[in-house]
Design a binder for this molecule. Structure first.
Ligand code: NAP
Length: 138
């Protein structure tokens, strides 16, 4: 049963792991999926796979730390009926021992895993789902 027919799901971090698996599941349930991640080649390949099974997949390469780019895609999707499900999944998990002083990796982790999730996809943002619902796996 296609329970997500006529629904659009935006998945960040769709180029691998949990994000790409979630995109496949949501597409199989009937949703149109919007695939975002930095590695455009990976999400293009996933989109081809989904389309080969009859699904609808849009590819929107994105670094989620780029606020303007996130909002541009959010506005584009809002203008096309909005999104119904947000899978706010983009994340990094570098092994960064404190003793190695990899401050940039810590900052990136805080930025992608926390700051973006808490500030970028809120109700006042064009990225907020229609009906005010969403899900975040990060
Ligand atoms: N697997 C676990 O056991 C586990 C446990 C706890 C939490 N998590 C969290 O769950 C999420 C997914 O985990 P996973 O195992 O599927 O990891 P993964 O395979 O490494 O996937 C992470 C995804 O995030 C994307 N990403 C990273 N930085 C990004 C950025 N700045 N902008 C856009 N996309 C970005 C990556 O795509 P690009 O590199 O192409 O941008 C990739 O698609 C992560 O947030 C992870 O921290 C996972």
């Amino acid at each position: 049963m296609n329970t997500l027919q006529d629904r659009r799901a935006w998945i960040t971090g769709a180029s691998s792991g949990i994000g790409s698996a979630t995109a496949r599941v949501l597409s199989a349930a009937g949703a149109e999926v919007v695939l975002s991640a930095r590695r455009a080649d990976k999400i293009e390949a996933l989109a081809r796979e989904i389309r080969s099974r009859g699904g609808v997949a849009l590819v929107r390469p994105l670094d989620v730390t780029d606020k303007a780019a996130s909002e541009r895609i959010g506005r584009e999707l809002a203008g096309a009926g909005g999104i119904h499900v947000l899978v706010n999944n983009a994340g990094v998990m570098p092994l960064s021992p404190v003793l190695e002083d990899r401050v940039e990796e810590w900052e990136q982790t805080i930025d992608v895993n926390i700051r973006v999730c808490c500030t970028r996809y809120g109700p006042s943002s064009p990225t907020w789902p229609v009906g005010g619902t969403g899900t975040s796996s990060t």
